[in-house]
Design a protein around this ligand. Sequence first.
Ligand code: NAP
Length: 532
Amino acid sequence: MTATLPETTGITGQMIIAGAHVRGSGQPVRAFNPATGETLEPAYHYGDSSHVDAACSAAAEAFAAYRATTAEQRAQFLEAIAANIEAVKDAIIARATAESGLPTARITGEVGRTTGQLRLFAGVLREGSWNHAVIDPAQPDRQPAPRPDIRQRSIALGPVAVFGASNFPLAFSVAGGDTASALAAGCPVVVKGHDAHPGTSELVGRAVTDAVAAAGLPAGTFSLLFGDGPDLGTTLVTDPRIKAVGFTGSRSGGTALVAAAAARPEPIPVYAEMSSINPVFLLDGALATRGAQLGEAFVASLTMGSGQFCTNPGLVIAVDGPGLDGFVAAARDALTGSPATPMLTPGIARSYATGVDALTQHAELVGRGQPGDSECACHAALFTTDAATFLKSEALQAEVFGSSSLIVRCKDAAEMRTVASTIEGQLTATVHADESDYASAGELLPLLELKAGRILFDGWPTGVEVGHAMVHGGPYPATSDSRTTSVGARAIERFLRPVSYQNVPKALLPSAIADGNPDKIWRRVDGQLTHD
Ligand code: NAP
């Protein structure tokens, strides 16, 4: 069955290369509504290497002028993108809901998150600490040798390739966090849109392109391509004009791109957010006082959005006993009643089913949600095992993307800590603790710091606040570079690099490190932070 969305969407099935709407030459791809089984028009034809070349060439050409814009100009540009997205919000919500099968309320929230991220980076630009402006004034009389005048600031890396994520058609896609932070840094962006939501990508791509034109920026500041990952995606990442990559998706896709980037004659950083099972530690006191309540809340987090969150709680760890039994019983009851909801694509639904089958071979089934009759239905699953079995099994530690989780029963708190020390790197680690658990939690905390980008108490990992203090990152395989975050203000740092200016004539110094502080930003002068 094929459906056409209302005319208001006005989408054409074309890529956008430096402001020009270009029809691809390759195989046609149509979006698919996983909730209804409908195929959505129009067809998007894949681009080829000539399109990658055109986008990268325009991005490289745009770079000098774009990075020379002031922070205020870039802030206004990001705000204009946000306003343009809001102006076509209804069309975006209709198309993204159809392409993802996600509820309208979720997509509406994601539009707000996306525009909020763009505005956050506008604020970051105006605040100025991203410059990392440092001045070590000359000490001509220093003995035994004089000190030269040395100043430091951060500059943009160059054109950035961004891979749109399947599971956030807006907030981690065409104008999502990677694009917003790269544009904020002064980097032109070439996006490879995700096949799961090409119409949404085109609508948002047009919002960005219109803002580029209205701001008088070089057209190559932004391009949007469609194509096969291993083919067009790899060509993009290995193009010598691309200087960094932002990616969210599978471990296999992320590691392939990291390898391709590392094998270039000029290797470049790939910021890939990949695989995480987000352990949740339930401590004894919390289980004793509110085990059943925790069980219900856990299932709500597990099944939200068919579990298609990188922060989905895929692992629960607790000491065996009546408290945990109460948690498991409540979770089983809640899960059994949970309806099947559509997953984003038939491929993701198939890999979910394969992952659940693998867990069935190695762990005991606690319960399943309601089955569904469509090929994309997510039939939620909960398993349990003991810590000794878990620690020996690679299969039990693998991410199953979707509403699937495993409860690991430990014999004591020491075994719980062994599990915490053994698991792979994670985006999040959650602890549920009462005051009586603080001694035990205090022993766990330093172990979790080494494993996760975000540690949270008495909540659930799904739902990532976009702000200045957020870290959405973590050691491999959560990401390919644990020193960074893909959400929040610090995401801009991925696309910057420091430069020192030694004895550069004052007339030639960039404003961020010029005498008199013309940008009015915080700077470290002779070791002290100052606004003067
Ligand atoms: P994906 O397969 O990794 O694809 C993400 C993007 O990377 C797509 O544009 C894809 O292009 C491209 N790509 C994939 N493999 C590539 C390769 N070897 N070389 C170059 N480019 C490559 O992720 P997905 O489509 O979102 O979902 C598939 C699976 O990813 C899920 O089942 C889940 O396991 C995982 N996932 C994890 C997260 C997370 O946050 N942890 C989020 C989303 C998905 P093509 O589409 O053309 O292949």
